[in-house]
Design a protein around this ligand. Structure first.
Ligand SMILES: O=C(NC1CCCCC1)[C@H](C1CCCCC1)n1c(-c2ccc(-c3nnn[nH]3)cc2)nc2ccccc21
Length: 233
């Protein structure tokens, strides 16, 4: 059983990503707002678009700190952000959902989300994803790296130089694999389970456009930024 060693360079690389991830978190706590009271579908949809808009802005700031991202072709930078924004927001939602809350609060939050206005058919895949992310008990380094790896996915639509993106994603996968071995020594399959969540994320990505239009209300309004990123309106 070889000893897992994270090199000094990998430690420094990891700190850059973790520091950027921690500095770029959404200010208003959506969970706290949701636990306060039940809102109407219209109010919830507005809350979602506000949260998603600020999350995209935060995601751009975080991405700029991923080593090598700014040296990519500019159009590829946009393609990576556009291609990963929905997945990053579901990953963030999952982390919010599975964050430690006082007893019974997670159940109230789940109830509020179930009644928020999203149509029933998407509840199962969405909560399956949230619960399987929660069961992983990721440390914050793993959360930060998983988000960075999701952004740095070479096969997004319209990416021209996929090799350049692979070269940036590989060192992050190497560090993540070592971190998983270090933080979860008794779960040799943990790294594979973590990457399996990225596959699950892609299916949520696939549902997203349908989910948006299925909210039980008419006249879904979006911000200009979300029109760009979500390909709506
Ligand atoms: O605000 C939210 N998510 C933000 C969290 C931070 C990153 C950016 C997204 C929404 C709440 C909105 C108000 C009504 C309840 C859900 N949210 C979601 C979520 C996400 C997408 C759709 C959806 N619908 N159509 N397309 N995407 C629906 C719900 N899951 C969450 C789990 C924990 C906490 C909040 C959660």
């Amino acid at each position: 059983k070889e000893k897992v060693v994270i090199t000094k360079d990998q430690q420094a690389f990891m700190n850059v990503i973790l520091d950027a991830y921690n500095r770029h978190q959404i200010p208003p706590d959506v969970a706290k707002k949701l636990l306060q009271e039940q809102y109407s579908a219209e109010e919830n949809f507005l809350l979602l678009t506000e949260m998603a808009t600020s999350q995209v802005q935060v995601l751009v700031e975080f991405t700029k700190h991923i080593p090598g991202f700014l040296s990519l072709d500019h159009e590829d930078q946009i393609a990576l952000l556009k291609g990963s924004a929905v997945e990053a927001s579901f990953l963030r939602s999952a982390q919010v959902f599975s964050s430690k809350m006082p007893n019974g609060h997670t159940e109230v939050l789940e109830e509020r989300i179930r009644k928020s206005g999203i149509s029933e058919e998407f509840m199962t895949p969405m909560f399956n994803f949230y619960k399987t992310i929660g069961e992983l008990h990721m440390v914050e380094e793993e959360q930060a790296l998983l988000t960075a790896i999701t952004i740095m996915t070479p096969d997004r639509p319209y990416v021209k130089d996929q090799q350049a993106v692979e070269r940036l994603q590989e060192p992050m996968l190497d560090v993540l694999r070592k971190l998983c071995a270090l933080h979860h020594p008794h779960e040799p399959q943990y790294f594979a389970r973590l990457l399996g969540r990225l596959t699950e994320l892609r299916t949520l990505n696939h549902y997203h456009a349908e989910m948006l239009t299925s909210w039980r209300m008419n006249d879904h309004k979006f911000t200009p930024l979300l029109c760009e990123i979500w390909d709506v309106q």
